[in-house]
Design a protein around this ligand. Structure first.
Ligand SMILES: N[C@@H](CCC(=O)N[C@@H](CS)C(=O)NCC(=O)O)C(=O)O
Length: 204
């Protein structure tokens, strides 16, 4: 499989799933603003994944589900009973939508305000903190007494949440406000696949 990525983005979680697969993979670092990459993903966003006849695929959560389903023996998603699948899907959707979108004004304030002057953009960026505190508060409560997000073991939901916790450094929200998220983050930071992916992306 070939992963199109930019360092430190949500593509890191897909990268980690590829490492967990144990199979060879190829990394392609992209310039998000380039016309070349726009032809690969018209949304100019990473991750994108290419795999033989499946062609180019996008959307981080679906890519992790694709990798997980391709290597079922690696058990990268939740338990296979109906409740286990529901919990896994619920948390993947939470991370992919609620958590990820809370960062929208941080990384792309220009999309969140009609006025594009410096003050308006700074205000838009600052507006993210309230929402970030709500979503990380929900995750923190969920992680109270748990090592991992679902199934009492590592699944793709963990590196997916990990990378988004990592982005807190770009905000004025401190990880110290969320002790269970912080423990989860520190645990994940020691995982060999996380170390490998961060090293390969040049962010460790
Ligand atoms: N819904 C997409 C969102 C992907 C996304 O927003 N990726 C970010 C990096 S984490 C990106 O490439 N942003 C560039 C942009 O939005 O211009 C997914 O889940 O894959």
């Amino acid at each position: 499989m070939k992963l199109y990525y930019a360092p430190g983005t949500c593509a890191l979680a897909v990268h980690i799933a590829l490492i967990w697969s144990g199979e060879p993979y190829e990394l392609v670092k992209v310039d998000l603003a380039s016309e070349t990459f726009k032809k690969i993903n018209p949304m100019s966003a990473v991750p994108a994944l290419e795999d033989g006849d499946s062609g180019i695929m996008t959307q981080a959560d679906s890519l992790m589900n694709y990798i997980s389903a391709s290597y079922p023996d690696k058990q990268m998603s939740g338990d296979t009973c109906i409740n286990g699948k529901q919990k896994y899907n619920q948390w993947m959707a939470f991370i992919s939508s609620d958590l990820h979108s809370a960062y929208g004004p941080v990384f792309n304030p220009q999309r969140c305000t009609i006025k594009q002057d410096e003050d308006s953009l700074a205000n838009a960026k600052a507006s993210a903190s309230t929402r970030l505190r709500i979503v990380f508060g929900v995750l923190d409560k969920h992680l109270d007494g748990k090592e991992y997000i679902v199934a009492d073991r590592l699944t793709c939901a963990d590196p997916f949440a990990y990378i988004m916790t990592r982005w807190l450094t770009y905000t004025d929200v401190s990880i110290d406000e969320f002790p269970h998220v912080k423990s989860h983050f520190q645990r994940l930071a020691q995982e060999p696949a996380v170390i490998q992916a961060e090293t390969e992306q040049g962010i460790r």
